[in-house]
Design a protein around this ligand. Structure first.
Ligand code: PLP
Length: 344
């Protein structure tokens, strides 16, 4: 197994940002009360409230899957259903954790760009009130989507309005909310609470943290008793100060935004540079830090000898290349050169 290599596979493969590690070292002095009853956690929660609104209810978590599954389990009952895109991480990459934790049925909507729209959600309401069918309760959207695209506030508001009118909740998987906010040049909350999201899984891990996620409730009634759900879902960290320190670092001086912008900029640069290469075609809008491309199977094989990245769709020879906060211009230059050589 390679120990150090260049990856365009995922922002999960990036190292932890130095400022985050330093912040963890800084809190590494003496004793502190565990489980979040400490000053660092209070401060970090305050920083998120400054961004997401003073009434936001913030709970720190350890993994994105945990944040999604625990928050969804908290707001549903097992006879409910959750509607999401067929590309949703919930559906594809969480090993059934949302189904296991909630007991709910996931209804998926085919999505070409990672987004879902109210017109596609409407048909699921036909099962309302029919005792043989699971009852639609939550709409879950991902921001930025698994295909690197973004929902604009009007699109989120429309879904939130629809959810509200139909006695449903809107959940957002915001594992890359920072990238979406950077792409749209908007405060994160414009894309979350202010647009009608009820509960958000906010991820910092992909943006330079080590393991720092949060569940944020904008609908405070829903937050009631979540501390017990978090504990039961094994997401309550005893040495919480080290999770809180990561949020403190990213939310001091807008490091979160700087990191997300850089990752997005590098994806855009990569897309611009590969566009001109014959037999490479970009398949999705490059709005955040992912580039999806089709290239000949042989070229993929050659390229994968030197770089780590995933084939997204084998049948189409479609790959996903992801950048992260630490990707630089030289990395892009070298990778583009390798693509050029591989397709020859
Ligand atoms: C969109 C999205 N949501 C959630 C997650 C889950 O994060 P974790 O791997 O920390 O469980 C990921 C991880 O890649 C993701 O891409």
């Amino acid at each position: 197994m390679k120990t150090a290599f260049k990856s365009f596979a995922s922002d999960n493969n990036a190292p932890v940002h130095k400022a985050v590690l330093q912040a963890m070292l800084q809190v590494n002095e003496g004793d502190t009360v565990g489980y979040g009853d400490d000053v660092h956690t209070l401060e970090a929660e305050q920083k998120l409230k400054d961004l997401f609104g003073k009434d936001a209810k913030v709970f720190f978590m350890l993994t994105g899957t945990g944040a999604n599954a625990a928050s969804l389990a908290h707001i549903t009952r097992p006879f409910h259903s959750i509607i999401c895109s067929d590309k949703a991480h919930l559906e594809k990459d969480e090993c059934g954790a949302p189904e296991k934790m909630t007991g709910c049925k996931l209804h998926t909507i085919p999505s070409a760009d990672g987004k879902i729209y109210t017109e596609q959600i409407k048909p699921f309401l036909h099962s309302r009130g029919f005792q043989h069918h699971s009852q639609p309760r939550v709409i879950s959207i991902t921001q930025a989507t698994e295909l690197g695209t973004v929902y604009h506030p009007e699109e989120i508001k429309q879904i939130a309005h629809f959810a509200n009118e139909n006695d449903m909740y809107l959940h957002m998987d915001g594992a890359r909310l920072a990238n979406a906010a950077a792409a749209l040049n908007m405060p994160m909350n414009e894309l979350a609470g202010s647009s009608g999201v009820d509960v958000l899984s906010y991820g910092a891990t992909k943006n330079g943290a080590m393991s720092a996620e949060a569940v944020i409730f904008f609908n405070s009634d829903l937050a009631k008793d979540f501390e017990y759900s978090r504990k039961q879902s094994m997401q309550l960290m005893s040495k919480m100060r080290y999770v809180s320190a990561q949020f403190q670092a990213l939310h001091t001086g807008e490091l979160w935004l700087e990191n997300a912008r850089r990752a997005n900029d590098m994806a855009r640069l990569l897309a611009e540079k590969v566009k001109g290469i014959p037999s490479v075609s970009i398949t999705q809008k490059v709005e955040t830090n992912a580039v999806f491309a089709i290239l000949p199977a042989k070229a993929i094989e050659i390229l994968q000898r030197r770089y780590f990245f995933y084939i997204w769709d084998n049948a189409r020879n479609e790959v996903r290349w992801m950048t992260a906060y630490h990707t630089n211009e030289k990395d892009i230059e070298a990778f583009v050169e390798a693509v050029r050589e591989a397709v020859q």
